[in-house]
Design a protein. Structure first.
Length: 367
């Protein structure tokens, strides 16, 4: 039997009656856009994170773009961020007309806060840290730098739902934060989805208007916006899954603790939370010697794994046209050759974890 990286089919099997009931509840009302289900979801997110405001949007990418737009960031501006992330991080910056400026990472795969200040110029308008794999960046140091240089902070918290740093939830350190509810996240919907959180009423009002075509009413358009409303069917399912999120995260963290005990870490490094961090454990990433060979070996044993990601953002083909490939970011380039995601979800059994660990240890015994 194949050991899946993430088993969405099993999760649906366990939750199908509740999910179908949620969908039926919404459909029976006959209203499917900007309904009470979405309002309830936004209030629930505020309650969970401790943020004052939340707006449901149609993707984490839109959440990033609208965060930048709401802060007035655009053509000629620079935004400092990490080269280790999904492409949406810099795609959002580029689409509002700004330029991403990369700062190398540390061994925990997050931005190196000690290298931020030398990258600040007169054009710098914001810092966008990425909470990679659910492990939060050193936000107190980042916000201190931002305050010193009068910069905005946007948290790319696509993987940060349920994560804490010094007992504060992801998204509560910054001017605004962007989250994703993509199916691969731990708070996941039925497809694409996202939301922003902020404590700034002006930013909230701007995005609330912009996500709905800029309309205050059908005959009263204040700004030419877009359609980026979170689907209410998704919102209702997310309301259901939000109630289970803490238990999902704790089960995933228990799985990681088993991995940590059983894997011989001579050839594999497993990043750990520091005393200040509580990771939501969205993905279980390891840094592996002979990564490609290990992945091929695991595949022969019906164990799924994923290189997540093997190319830093400044090394993509699309980056060459913008000269990003000339950046010297040795740590991100080195770790991209080592990083591997192992099977990791709340339905993973202890026996399955033992099999994965056994095969990893068997592979490295040859060296």
């Amino acid at each position: 039997m194949k050991i899946e990286l993430i088993d969405l089919k099993q999760r649906y099997k366990e939750e199908s009656s509740q999910i179908l009931s949620s969908i039926q509840k919404v459909l029976s009302k006959g209203h499917l856009v900007l309904t009470e289900e979405l309002n309830i979801f936004e209030k629930n997110i505020c309650g969970y994170t401790g943020s004052k405001y939340c707006l449901g949007l149609n993707s984490g990418t839109d959440a990033l773009m609208m965060s930048l737009w709401s802060l007035g960031i655009g053509k000629g501006d620079e935004v400092i961020t990490s080269p280790t992330s999904f492409v949406a991080t810099i795609g959002a910056i580029i689409h509002v007309g700004a330029k991403p400026v990369f700062v190398d990472i540390t061994e925990d795969l997050n931005i190196d806060v000690n290298k931020i200040e030398p990258k600040i110029t007169k054009k710098t308008k914001a810092i966008m840290p990425v909470h990679w794999a659910g492990r939060m960046c050193s936000m107190d140091k980042i916000t201190k730098i931002a305050k010193k240089y009068k910069l905005k902070v946007i948290e790319d918290a696509a993987q940060g739902m349920g994560s804490y740093y010094k007992n504060k939830h992801a998204g509560t350190y910054s001017d605004i934060a962007a989250f994703s509810t993509h199916p691969l996240k731990n708070l996941n919907g039925l497809g694409d989805g996202g939301f922003i959180t902020t404590n700034n009423k002006k930013l909230y009002d701007k995005i609330k208007l912009y996500r709905n075509h800029g309309m205050k009413s059908r005959d009263n358009v204040h700004v030419f916006g877009v359609n980026s409303r979170l689907d209410v069917l998704n919102a209702e399912v997310l309301n259901f899954r939000l109630k289970k999120l803490k238990s999902v995260i704790l089960k995933r963290k228990k799985n990681i603790s088993i991995y940590q005990k059983l894997i011989d870490q001579k050839y594999i490094k497993i990043p750990h939370d520091t005393k200040d961090q509580f990771s939501s454990s969205v993905i279980f990433l390891c840094l592996c010697d002979k990564r490609n060979e290990l992945q091929k070996y695991l595949n022969t044993k019906n164990i799924q794994s994923l290189v997540y990601y093997g190319t830093p953002l400044h090394k993509h083909y699309a980056s060459k046209n913008m000269q990003f490939h000339k950046n010297k970011l040795p740590v991100s380039e080195k770790l991209a050759k080592k990083v591997l995601a192992l099977p990791h979800h709340q339905n993973l059994s202890e026996n399955q974890i033992k099999i994965v660990c056994r095969e990893i240890n068997n592979f490295y015994k040859k060296f």
